[in-house]
Design a protein around this ligand. Structure first.
Ligand SMILES: [Zn+2]
Length: 109
């Protein structure tokens, strides 16, 4: 099996019960897909890029709370998985904040 990945970043604001003040973060995301690449590809790069860009556009420069209930890194990863899982053979979605070196990995289920 071969795993491929696509990375992107977005800027967004959120509010959490333990940090009630609205504030923003720069998020990094890595979406991974796995397959046997029998024809040389797990998924065509342009197909993955187009799907990922649609997700990025829904999050970038947005307030996350109306989009994702309790928008922690964990739930952002789970939400991105739900957005993309019908379109590609996902194996993993990582969401992290480079500034603090903290993030979450969702592998479905
Ligand atoms: Zn925060």
């Amino acid at each position: 099996m071969i795993e491929i990945f696509k990375r992107f970043t977005f800027e967004a604001a959120h509010q959490l019960s333990d940090y009630p003040e609205i504030h923003g973060h720069s998020y990094s995301v890595e979406v991974r897909c796995v397959g046997d690449a029998a024809d040389g590809y797990v998924i065509r790069e342009e197909v993955m890029t187009a799907a990922v860009e649609q997700v990025r556009a829904k999050l970038d420069h947005r307030m996350l709370n109306p989009i994702i209930e309790v928008p922690t890194s964990e739930n952002i990863a789970r939400w991105i998985w739900a957005q993309l899982s019908a379109e590609m053979p996902l194996s993993e979605v990582r969401v992290w904040r480079e500034s603090v070196g903290f993030g979450a990995i969702y592998r479905g289920g």
